[in-house]
Design a protein around this ligand. Structure first.
Ligand code: SAM
Length: 473
């Protein structure tokens, strides 16, 4: 607060808000000498109970809200029993909470920044906040989506390790609000003193763009998804379903450190995102117990086909039955998700969803069985090794990297998403790389099989024969 008072000598009305009385007292001592020339108020209250709008509305423009809101998530606070969340009695807060994420964990500051923008919307004002870069980006996405009247925005990256001794991507986000202005871009500066931005993020066609330069350069490659990007198998019970081979035939060790022996029929080699990132593909270290070949398939036949496997599943029925995700509720016992014919393709091209180095790998079969991926990975199922190698070549090209950098936020929890992968039209990419003829050899079918049984969307390519279109991957 002292810094703000000194930096903006022209400001007459100054209001400081914090929940912590002790901090306010420290601030009071530091700004007391300005109280003759300024109207300074310090209020101790909870953001979520403070009538910001009633305070802001009568204030004269221009307004500046500057701050450093808490860098924590609601979940980490609730674990500590600190009730620092939007209150349920506050209707706006409650509906916003639901609408914001649809999931329970979010940054408290994300909520705060969005509310400040709402309250300042239509005014001549500036919002300047220190926060995680991911929070700044989500706030801008909110502003762009909800048509907040912004004249300009800037993000200045800061070294959080140096300034706050914390390892997180952090920034100062500055939003200039002005009535009837709707800026949809935000330059990113690498440091507070930098004069030239390194890139610009923005909003186009309902999506936040990570690099406007690369977006403009390569947007002609945005197109239909000719090859279908899939995510790997979801099972939510690694301790039971993921097995390490012990070296003895048919014997495995599970995550509970139990030695188990069962029939090979339901067991497949497994590659996880860390294996992809480290290039460990030739000899997968894990195996996966795969109870279904398609979503919804009955699992009780396992009892007859593979009695030892069934016994193993029954022994761990409590753990499998206790999986928290609601998707398992209406499914057969021991069900899994993310399975279909594509899962069992012998060759795949895969990428980790969790790593920021975007590297596409050819995933070969292992000991005559298709290698499966877990749900932290995305892949395309291929009909042959040649096809997989060709697609990996396209996807690892410099042009594909530049294209994807337009949509990828490396500091996100999941930097790579299916939505991002699906934007690139591989035929247009092949054309750009002078490889259209080779692409035509592999010509994908785009019979897109929905993961839900009973929903099949057939998008036959014009000029492609019926049998070709019937290929499922
Ligand atoms: C990251 S610290 C910033 C402290 C100080 N403003 C600075 O810049 O150094 C976050 C501040 O938010 C305050 N805070 C946390 N939850 C709050 C809430 N619900 N309402 C008001 N202030 C809150 C904390 O007491 C703390 O002082």
């Amino acid at each position: 607060m002292q810094a703000a008072v000194q930096a903006f000598p022209q400001a007459i009305n100054v209001l400081g808000v914090d929940i912590n009385q002790g901090y306010l007292e420290q601030a009071r001592q530091k700004v007391v000498r300005y109280s003759g020339e300024k109207n300074i108020r310090l209020i101790s209250c909870d953001f979520f109970h403070f009538e910001w709008k009633q305070i802001i509305d009568p204030m004269e423009s221009p307004l500046l809200i500057v701050g450093n809101p808490p860098w924590v998530t609601n979940t980490s606070l609730s674990k500590l029993n600190i009730p620092n969340t939007p209150v349920k009695s506050n209707e706006q807060a409650f509906s916003g909470y639901d609408a914001m994420t649809g999931k329970s964990n979010f940054d408290i500051s994300e909520w705060m920044l969005e509310r400040w923008l709402d309250w300042l919307n239509g005014r001549q004002a500036v919002l300047a906040m220190l926060c995680k870069t991911s929070v700044a980006r989500k706030t801008l996405a909110y502003a762009w989506k909800h048509k907040i009247q912004l004249d300009s925005c800037r993000i200045y990256e800061i070294n959080a390790k140096k300034h706050f001794n914390t390892v997180v991507e952090a920034c100062l986000v500055v939003c200039h609000l002005l009535p009837d202005h709707y800026s949809l871009v935000c330059p990113i500066y690498q440091d507070l003193d930098e004069l030239q931005p390194t890139r610009e993020i923005g909003y186009r066609e309902g999506s936040v763009i990570a690099d406007m330069g690369n977006y403009e350069r390569w947007r002609s490659l945005v197109g239909s998804e000719r090859y279908r990007w899939r995510s790997g198998v979801k099972h939510d019970c690694a301790d039971v379903m993921e097995l390490a081979a012990t070296g003895r035939d048919g014997s495995y060790r599970n995550g509970l450190l139990e030695h188990v022996a069962m029939e090979a029929i339901y067991i497949y080699p497994l590659v996880k995102s860390s294996d992809l990132a480290n290039g460990r593909l030739q000899k997968p270290s894990k195996h996966l117990l795969v109870t279904q070949k398609r979503v919804g398939e009955a699992t009780h036949p396992i009892q007859k086909i593979a009695p030892k496997t069934w016994d193993y599943l029954m022994k761990h029925a409590d753990l499998l039955g206790g999986r928290r995700s609601a998707v398992y509720a209406s499914q057969p016992r021991f069900a899994i998700f993310g399975v279909g014919e594509y899962t069992f393709a012998q060759w795949k091209v895969a990428v980790s969803g969790l790593h920021k180095s975007l590297q596409f790998h050819v995933v070969p079969p292992f000991e005559n069985k298709p290698t499966l991926l877990d749900d932290t990975c995305y892949f395309i199922a291929c009909a042959s090794e040649e096809e997989a190698r060709f697609l990996a070549l396209l996807l690892n090209s410099e042009i594909a990297s530049a294209f994807y950098s337009a949509f990828m936020f490396p500091d996100a929890k999941r930097p790579v998403t299916a939505e991002m992968l699906r934007r690139l039209d591989l035929l247009s990419l092949a054309r750009e790389l002078g490889k259209e003829e080779e692409y035509r050899i592999y010509q994908p079918s785009i019979l897109i099989q929905d993961d839900n049984p009973g929903h099949q969307l057939s998008l036959a390519l014009p000029g492609v024969s019926e049998p070709d279109n019937k290929r499922l991957f």
